[in-house]
Design a protein around this ligand. Sequence first.
Ligand SMILES: [Zn+2]
Length: 272
Amino acid sequence: MSATANEHRVGDVRILSLIDGYATEPAREILVKPGFPGDPWNAHADLLNDDGDLVMTMGAYLVETGDRKVMIDAGLGTVDNDKFHGGAMLDSLAAFGLTPADVTDIILTHLHFDHVGWCTQKGEIVFPNATVRCHADDWAYFMEGPDAAPGAVRKLAPVTPHLELFDTDGTIAPGVDVRHAPGHTPGSVIVVVSSGQERAMLIGDIAHCTAELTETEWEAVFDVDRDLARRTREALARELEGTDTPVAAAHFPGLQFGRLLAGQGQRSWTFG
Ligand SMILES: [Zn+2]
């Protein structure tokens, strides 16, 4: 693992971190611990800026496996407002000598706006050769159901001719598998990257910050089904702790990989 800060190796597979921008959210409003006495953020001040905000990196990953270049999520897009600041995705690709035409597949971990931003711009497809894939439950929820999100419909309707939905766990490309991990959204997925005996996990928004993996009592206001999201996180944390599996989430600082370590009654997280 780890050649540079933005490039990671899993056996023969290379994973690039593509930074698009960042967002700031008031931590105490978006991540809460029901029933916890006092302020649960007191123990995690190191994760916040001086204003008590969680600064979340926005972006995507690119998995290079054989002749496939598989983007995991599609960033925030050109959004730039008081909370969300995107726009750097194509420059990040270019820094690796890549253009949008090189991308063969896009796997969307879920369909929130900060994960689909570069699928289209002003109604035009950005990655002309990419098959776009996501779980059928998220497509139904965000694009077709009673709670359909107009922003998602506007952003994603143009990719429909290039869309392939899946509703079972399985292999998308050599060494790239998806696993249903519902709760944050109905069709949220984890991507497992493997090569030989090595593997890594890209966990999307199963956790927005490392504290959600070390203490799984947190609830995130973004989670569509908070109870299911918490159970999904807990199961993942139990699976990961002590395995030394490199893990990257969609919004951890700098899109760095890290590991969840088992401890005496308290898990810990280490980057690198
Ligand atoms: Zn997100």
